[in-house]
Design a protein around this ligand. Sequence first.
Ligand SMILES: *[C@@H]1O[C@H](CO)[C@@H](O)[C@H](O)[C@H]1NC(C)=O
Ligand SMILES: *[C@@H]1O[C@H](CO)[C@@H](O)[C@H](O)[C@H]1NC(C)=O
Ligand SMILES: *[C@@H]1O[C@H](CO)[C@@H](O)[C@H](O)[C@H]1NC(C)=O
Ligand SMILES: *[C@@H]1O[C@H](CO)[C@@H](O)[C@H](O)[C@H]1NC(C)=O
Length: 664
Amino acid sequence: RSSTRRGQTKWTSIIMVLMSFWSSSSAQFRYSVLEEAPEGTIVGNIGKDLGLDNTMRRERGMRIVYGSKEPPFIVKQDDGVLYVNGKIDREEICERRKDCLIDLKLVLQNPLEINHVIVEIVDVNDNSPIFQQKENILDVSESALPGAKFQLQAARDADSGLLSVQQYRLSQNRHFRLDVKDRGEDRKTPSLVLEKPLDRESVKSHVLLLTALDGGKPPKSGNMTIVVNVSDANDNPPVFSQESYTVSLKENSPVGTTVIQVSATDLDEGSNGQVEYSFGNDVDAQVRERFNINRETGVIVVSGTIDFEECSRYEIDVQASDKGTATLNTETSVIINIVDLNDNEPEVEVTSFSQALPEDSKPGTTVALISVKDADSGLNGKVMCYINPDIPFLLTPSENMYAVVTKSRLDREMMAQYDVTISAKDEGEPPFSSEKTMKVVVSDVNDNVPEFVLSPYTFYITENNNPGASVFSVKAYDQDDGDNALISYHILREKGSHDTLTSFLNINAETGSILALKSFDFETLKTFQFQVVATDSGTPSLSSNGSMNIQIHILDVNDNVPVFSSDAYSVTLRENSPLGTTVVQVNATDLDDGTNGEVIYSLGKSTNQLALNIFDINPITGDITVKGLIDYEERDKYEIEIEASDKGIAPLTTEKSVNIKIID
Ligand SMILES: *[C@@H]1O[C@H](CO)[C@@H](O)[C@H](O)[C@H]1NC(C)=O
Ligand SMILES: *[C@@H]1O[C@H](CO)[C@@H](O)[C@H](O)[C@H]1NC(C)=O
Ligand SMILES: *[C@@H]1O[C@H](CO)[C@@H](O)[C@H](O)[C@H]1NC(C)=O
Ligand SMILES: *[C@@H]1O[C@H](CO)[C@@H](O)[C@H](O)[C@H]1NC(C)=O
């Protein structure tokens, strides 16, 4: 027997044993039929193969026995042909055995003859490879290294042998290849092998098609979609939107002013892709005092005083970090250019050359150096200087500085001190200006001669002055200063006639007070003049021009009594002389001056009453005249007392007798 069937029931085995006993000489026939062949398909002409003609078949009868089951074949009596009768499902009958043989018995009666008929069910590729899941989702980290292997589910194919799954194919892709492990007996296990690293950031998931092919002709296939879901690894650092940031910021911007917003993105996912901002570790405290960065938004704001003069440019390292467990950082620099505002006044610095400037300095003499500074830059720091124009000074520029020089001659006596105001103004918009005033003291030069207050002087001295007393004083002024104005006086004594007079005079050199060493007598000397010189103490000293004439007038005092010109007056007069007849004219003179020397005449009180009735005197002319009857018989002589008085405040009077003899 060429073939046995494995797995046959015990019962069938027994029958087979019996049959083989009965027909040891029986023949064996072999046919084949395709599985799934339709009902009525001819399998083989058994009758003919057995050599039975029509009559023999009818006589002996033919039956197919297939164990206890209804066989899927039938043999027809009239033609002896074996037909398919019912569905032949190889997979049902043989499962997945390689050879699928149906052992049938063809029974002939009279005599009993049992023939073996083996029908091979030829497999037809009627099953496709099938994956249990239509789709397989694989999670693969992007950090997976090439060579990593991911086992896949194998496809099943109900067909057997060559018609079962023979190969796998993977759709074209750049990252994976297929590795198929053959475990024998139609069991092939496919795996994905990573060839090139994955990058979630470029492709989040890969869709692959796994095709299983059987060995049919043509082959049947089964497909499974493999979705490789690439899971994130923190493999991307944050990336700033710009390589570096440059921004301008006005100085004095208030706290809170937004300077710039930096922004970085991280291609990673979740916390691996969440970015936060901070200043780099190198950023020093000075910068941190002035700027803050918002961790979340990347907005940089002003947090302190921004002063261009202190710092005109900041370069700040800004760091973006993701929140992955192994943090990745990126740095960029933010350059903040501070824009200058005109917020600084120009500063004027004065370096004086000397304490005081001699008044005879030549025009062009440098008095002081001026330096100007302005902490601002550009036009804001460009400074021009001005000086008040109505003073005798000029500003001349000289290497980054200005010199204050004299413009014309100075005269301390006109102006002893100048307030020189230097104003500086920058060219900012609006401009800032400042001023500095320096004092220029003009020092004295002995360029003024002493001058007397009055010239010439006329003084009046009352005669009979006390010798040694100060009688008057002179005063000279000198417009200079200090010693140059310190005056001493002296009397100019020339050899000559005046000497005698001036020797009576002494002058106090310091005060100009003049002393008379003797008493003057008006009646002796009424007027004289002399000269005084005033000299200053400068080096060299200057004296008043020439000398000054002083005219002295001696003033009269009523110190002289009137003096009659005659010692005694004796006259004669005829009796009965008419009224008005001049008897005599008396004459007194007074040496004093003015009213002190004006004499008036009167009849003295001691004069006899009788005489008073007869005579009169003219007070001005001194004419004694008749005013009554003169009678010789009554009286032959008269004596009258005449008084001559001056008109001084305390008048002085002299008496004189006039003897008049009457002639009969
Ligand atoms: C499997 O995919 C391949 C390629 O796209 C296709 O040719 C084939 O028909 C598919 N098979 C099935 C059963 O869908
Ligand atoms: C891939 O994985 C992520 C997270 O693990 C999930 O949210 C997403 O739905 C997955 N994608 C697919 C196509 O399965
Ligand atoms: C002093 O002398 C000068 C020249 O010698 C003359 O010009 C000036 O007027 C004089 N001054 C007086 C006060 O006499
Ligand atoms: C008085 O005497 C003086 C001096 O002798 C003389 O000058 C004067 O004229 C006389 N007066 C009269 C009024 O005669």
